[in-house]
Design a protein around this ligand. Structure first.
Ligand code: MOS
Length: 691
C-alpha cells in the first residue's frame, strides 16, 4: 500500500521481495496488462467502490492505495515479502482534512416555498452546525477474494453483498464477457455496506490468477480495510429550523458538505430524510462535496440518514428547548402526513404511534426537563441520568427480483435467488415463505443464495432484500405449485379426475376429494426429478401511487458520573414501524445490532488521520473503538407490526438499517439532559464533556 497520500510512484524495486522465501511474483503497473473502467451505473448494476482500477496510472490519491501485489505460497510469506518492496515516490502535500480544501462542489438541491423569507420572519429560530467523523465498517469477517480461471472462465469466491453487481463490474474492468464470470458468496461475516460493490483487491486477485495461471487468494487485512474498501465519510451539516411559538415548523434548511475522494463522487446524502420526516411549507436541502486525499467513501449502514438524523434530531431537541416544549410533543406536532416532496400519500406511516408507545414504555412522562436534575434510582446520589429521544426513518424499497422454486423427487423444495445473506437471516426468511405456502417443515426447504448462476436478485443493501425476495419466492412457489398440481390431476396422475382448482396444499402434500398425496409421489409417478416455477417480481405501479418509508423512535437513558467523567448508555427503548415482521428473532437482532452500533457511533467510532502524512492512525481493532458487550444498554425493542400491503403481499419491509438512524441523536439529547452540554460533533467523548 502507498505510504504517501498524494503524489506519484516513480519507481518500484521488487528485487529483494522476489528473492524472499515462497514468493511467486510481485505484480505492479509495470508488469500487468491495462484494465478498463466500469460504467459505474447503479441502474445497469455495474457500480464499483472505486472507479479508478488498480495500477491504472502512477498517481497516488490516498495513503493505503494499492501500488504492488506480492503473491507467495503462504499469506505470511506474502506479507513478509511485501515489506521488502521498495517504492520511490514523488510526494505532494496531501489535503488531509476538509479545512485544507476550501473548494466546495455543489451537488443536488431541493427547495419548497420561500425558506429565506420564513427564516427572516421566524418566531423561534435554531441554527447550528453538526460534524460527523469518518467511520470505518468493521465486520468481523474482513474482505477477501479467491480467483480461479479455467480457460476463459473466471470464478470468484468473494465476500460480497452483491454477487450480480460484482460479476458485472468485474467483467467490465477485466474486459471479458459477463457470461464468462461467476461470483459466489454463499455466506458473509457481515458487511455493513463496505461489501456492496467491487473494490480493487478482487480485481487484483483476478489479474494475478490470470497472469500466474493458478488460483490466487487475496486477503485484505484489518489495516487495509481502513483505506481501500470504503468508509463513511466525515460530514459538516448546517441546520436551520424556524417555528411558530407553539412549535409548528415553518422552515427547514439542511446543508451538507461530504468529504469524498479525488477519484470518485460518493455523496453522503444527509438531507434526504429531512425532506420527508416533518412537514414544512418552506425547505431548502442541499448537498455538496469537497475532496480530501482519502480512499473513496461508500455506503455504511443507513448511509446519509445515520449522520443526517444525528444533525436533524439534535437540532429538533435544541429547538424544543428554545420553545420550552417537550421534544416528543414537538415531533408529534410536525409529522409529515404525506410525502411533501412528491405529494404522494404514505403507504403506511405510524410514527405517531412509535413516539407514543415508546414514551409510554420508557416512562417519559416522569422526565424533568431541567438538565442535570434527575438522579439514578437506587444509586449513591452522584450518578446523574439524562433522557433523550430521537426519531428514526429509512426508505422502504423493493427491488426487482427473480427466483426459482423447485419441488424435488426426494421430497425437498429448492428455492434459489442470486441475492445474499449478510447475516441478517435471508436464508431463514426465504425458507419461511416457502413453508408458509406449502406447509412443509423448514428442514425440507433448501435455500440457495449468493451465486450469479441463480436467477438475479438484488444486492444485500438498502434494507430491501426481504421486501424484494419474499414476494419473488412466493410467486415462484405458486408457479411451481400450479405445474405440480396440473401434473397430479392429469390422466395418469395420482389425483386424476380432480379439478386443479380444488387441490390444496396440506403439510406439504397435495390434497383433493379426500385424497392426499405427497408431491414426491406425484413426481415419481411421472419419473420426474423435479418441477420448477419461476418469477420476475417488482413493485410495479404502486411506486407511482405511494411513498414508502419506515419509521421509529428511540428513547435513551444515559448515566453520567461527573466526578470521574464517566458516561454510559444505560437503557434504550425502540419502537419501530417496519411493516409486518416475518421473523421476530432475526428482526430483533437487526435492531439490537443497530443500537449497539449506534452507541458506538454516538460515543466511540472515529477514524483519525495523521495530519502530516494523511495515513489513518487507528487502523486496527484495538484503537478504532466500537461498542462491546459492556457498552450495551438494556434494550426494549418493539415492532408495531402493521403490514405494508402496498409494498408486497406480506406487507414486509426491510429493517437492517433503520435502527441506526436517530440513535446517536437520542444519545446526544440524553447527554445534554444529563450534563447541560450540547455536543455537536461526534463522537461524544469524555474530553468533550470535560471541556
Ligand atoms: Mo447497506 S449501507 O445498503 O449495506
Amino acid at each position: 500500500m502507498s505510504t504517501i497520500a498524494n503524489g506519484r510512484v516513480v519507481k518500484i524495486d521488487a528485487t529483494e521481495a522476489e528473492a524472499a522465501p515462497g514468493v511467486i511474483a510481485v505484480l505492479h503497473r509495470g508488469n500487468t496488462p491495462p484494465l478498463y473502467r466500469s460504467t459505474n451505473d447503479f441502474e445497469a448494476q455495474t457500480t464499483v467502490g472505486e472507479v479508478r482500477p488498480p495500477f491504472e496510472d502512477d498517481r497516488v490519491y490516498y495513503a493505503g492505495q494499492f501500488v504492488a501485489l506480492v503473491v507467495a505460497k503462504t499469506f505470511e510469506q506474502a506479507r513478509d515479502a511485501s515489506s521488502l518492496v521498495k517504492v520511490t515516490y514523488e510526494e505532494e502535500k496531501p489535503q488531509v482534512n476538509w479545512t485544507d480544501n476550501p473548494k466546495i462542489e455543489p451537488q443536488d438541491e431541493a427547495r419548497r416555498g420561500n425558506p429565506e423569507e420564513a427564516f427572516a420572519h421566524a418566531e423561534v429560530l435554531h441554527e447550528a452546525t453538526y460534524l460527523t467523523p469518518d467511520e470505518t465498517h468493521n465486520p468481523i469477517e474482513m474482505h477477501g477474494a479467491v480467483a480461479r480461471w479455467e480457460g476463459d472462465r473466471l470464478t470468484i469466491y468473494s465476500s460480497t453483498q452483491g454477487v450480480i453487481f460484482e460479476r458485472n463490474a468485474l467483467a467490465m474492468v477485466l474486459g471479458v464477457p459477463v457470461d464468462r464470470v461467476t461470483v459466489l458468496s454463499p455466506f458473509l461475516g457481515s458487511g455493513f455496506g463496505g461489501k456492496l460493490f467491487l473494490w480493487p483487491h478482487t480485481v487484483l486477485a483476478a489479474v494475478a490468477a490470470k497472469q500466474l495461471n493458478r488460483p490466487v487468494k487475496l486477503s485484505v487485512t484489518r489495516a487495509m480495510m481502513f483505506t481501500t474498501v470504503g468508509h463513511r465519510p466525515s460530514t459538516k451539516q448546517s441546520i436551520k429550523l424556524a417555528a411558530t411559538k407553539d412549535g409548528q415548523l415553518t422552515a427547514i434548511q439542511h446543508d451538507t458538505i461530504c468529504y469524498t475522494s479525488f477519484t470518485d463522487n460518493y455523496l453522503e446524502d444527509c438531507g434526504t430524510t429531512t425532506k420527508a420526516l416533518y412537514t414544512t411549507k418552506n425547505l431548502h436541502v442541499a448537498h455538496a462535496i469537497a475532496r480530501v486525499n482519502r480512499g473513496t467513501p461508500t455506503a455504511m449502514r443507513a448511509p446519509g440518514s445515520a449522520p443526517g438524523l444525528y444533525a436533524l434530531e439534535s437540532a429538533m431537541d435544541e429547538l424544543a428547548i428554545k420553545l420550552n416544549m417537550d421534544p416528543v410533543e414537538l415531533r408529534l406536532k410536525n409529522i409529515a402526513e404525506i410525502e411533501q416532496d412528491t405529494g404522494k400519500p404514505w403507504s403506511s406511516n405510524h410514527l405517531h404511534e412509535c413516539l407514543q408507545v415508546g414514551a409510554e414504555k420508557f416512562g417519559w412522562s416522569k422526565r424533568n426537563p431541567r438538565p442535570g436534575s434527575m438522579r439514578k434510582t437506587g444509586g449513591d446520589g452522584d450518578t446523574i441520568i439524562g433522557w433523550g429521544v430521537g426519531a428514526c426513518s429509512w426508505p422502504a424499497d423493493r427491488m426487482p427480483c427473480s427466483a426459482r422454486v423447485e419441488f424435488r423427487a426426494d421430497g425437498t423444495v429448492r428455492a434459489s435467488c442470486a441475492t445474499q445473506d449478510i447475516g441478517t437471516g435471508t436464508y431463514t426468511v426465504i425458507a419461511q415463505v416457502v413453508a408458509y405456502l406449502t406447509g412443509l417443515p423448514l428442514e425440507k426447504i433448501d435455500v440457495k443464495l449468493g451465486d450469479t448462476t441463480l436467477p438475479p436478485g438484488p444486492i444485500s443493501g438498502g434494507s430491501w432484500v426481504t421486501a424484494s425476495a419474499a414476494p419473488a419466492v412466493a410467486e415462484a412457489t405458486r408457479d411451481a405449485l400450479k405445474r405440480l398440481i396440473a401434473t397430479a390431476v392429469d390422466k395418469q396422475g395420482p389425483l386424476a379426475g380432480a379439478e386443479a382448482k380444488s387441490v390444496e396444499m396440506k403439510n406439504g402434500n397435495l390434497a383433493a376429494g379426500g385424497k392426499e398425496v405427497s408431491f414426491a409421489a406425484v413426481l415419481s409417478s411421472k419419473r420426474l426429478a423435479g418441477i420448477a416455477g419461476e418469477s420476475n417480481s417488482s413493485l410495479g405501479d404502486a411506486a407511482n401511487k405511494f411513498a414508502f418509508r419506515s419509521f421509529g423512535a428511540h428513547f435513551i437513558e444515559v448515566e453520567w458520573e461527573p466526578a470521574i467523567a464517566r458516561l454510559r448508555v444505560a437503557r434504550c427503548v425502540s419502537v419501530l414501524d417496519g411493516g409486518r415482521i416475518i421473523n421476530p428473532k432475526t428482526a430483533r437482532n437487526q435492531i439490537a445490532g443497530a443500537i449497539v452500533m449506534g452507541v458506538g457511533m454516538a460515543m466511540f467510532e472515529e477514524t483519525r488521520f495523521d495530519q502530516r502524512s494523511g495515513r489513518p492512525i487507528n487502523s486496527n481493532f484495538a484503537d478504532y473503538v466500537v461498542s462491546t458487550n459492556a457498552d450495551t444498554p438494556q434494550m426494549d425493542i418493539a415492532f408495531l407490526d402493521y403490514p405494508d400491503l402496498h409494498l408486497n403481499e406480506f406487507g414486509a419491509r426491510g429493517i437492517g438499517e433503520i435502527g441506526l438512524t436517530g440513535l446517536a441523536a437520542s444519545v446526544a439529547n440524553a447527554v445534554y439532559h444529563a450534563t447541560g452540554k450540547r455536543v455537536r460533533d461526534l463522537p461524544i467523548t469524555m474530553e468533550k464533556l470535560m471541556a
